[in-house]
Design a binder for this molecule. Structure first.
Ligand code: ADP
Ligand code: 5GP
Length: 188
């Protein structure tokens, strides 16, 4: 059976990558789709692990060659999901996690409405702002931009199949893990 694709969205700083890494350490047969971005690497981010960091020209070329399953401009930078690994992994029977913004998720939904759309929300916008500051990876301007977008992104939750509120990390990890297990049992 071909694998499933889990599309995970939620405002920047909500804990998507923390949750995903924890779930991947507990759940087998899962692969993470590493996106391409024109954003410069943050301290501690690894090339090819967190993102593949590319120039704007390379991004435009790849986009024009149809190499992305979806792409979007987010907070002033470009991000795209490469098609090739998703096709290969799902054909091999792996399930794949995409961590992408709402615009990208809606592009995927238009083409593949039967995939699994999971929205991660913060307990409150005040908590979200605290997390963005604790992470200590973004400049003040970037934090304000991410907070403005967060208000808009939270409205998109109705287009998703599942909502996980990341209040206590352990609870949220269990819920995300449960979603994956339930979807693997679902009769399609
Ligand atoms: P995202 O990938 O959504 O941008 P991160 O995974 O980088 O978010 O998390 C942002 C910050 O919030 C990190 O410092 C992370 O350790 C912290 N964090 C994640 N989940 C929780 C939680 N449930 N409670 C408190 N802090 C959290
Ligand atoms: P960050 O710069 O904080 O890592 O990510 C900013 C936003 O871009 C997040 O909402 C993240 O999910 C989103 N993002 C990351 N990769 C992709 C991608 O390949 N496509 C789209 N559309 N959004 C992405």
């Amino acid at each position: 059976m071909p694998g499933l694709v889990f599309i995970v969205s939620g405002p920047s700083g909500v804990g998507k990558s923390t949750l995903r890494k924890e779930v991947m350490s507990r759940c087998d047969n899962l692969k993470y789709s590493v996106s391409y971005t024109t954003r410069p690497p943050r301290k501690g981010e690894q090339e090819g692990v967190d993102y593949t960091f590319i120039s704007h020209d390379t991004f435009t070329k790849m986009r024009d060659e149809g190499k992305f399953a979806e792409w979007a401009r987010v907070h002033g930078n470009y991000y795209g999901t490469p098609i090739e690994p998703i096709v290969r992994w799902t054909e091999e029977g792996f399930d794949v996690i995409l961590e992408i913004d709402v615009q990208g998720a809606m592009q995927v939904k238009n083409s593949f409405p039967e995939e699994v759309f999971v929205f991660i929300a913060p307990p409150s916008l005040a908590d979200l702002e605290k997390r963005l500051r604790w992470r200590k990876t973004d400049h003040e301007d970037d934090i304000l931009l991410r907070m403005t977008h967060a208000h808009l992104e939270l409205d998109a939750v109705r287009d998703y199949n599942y909502l996980v509120v990341n209040e206590r990390l352990e609870e949220a990890v269990k819920k995300f893990h449960a979603i994956i297990l339930a979807e693997r049992c679902r009769i399609r």
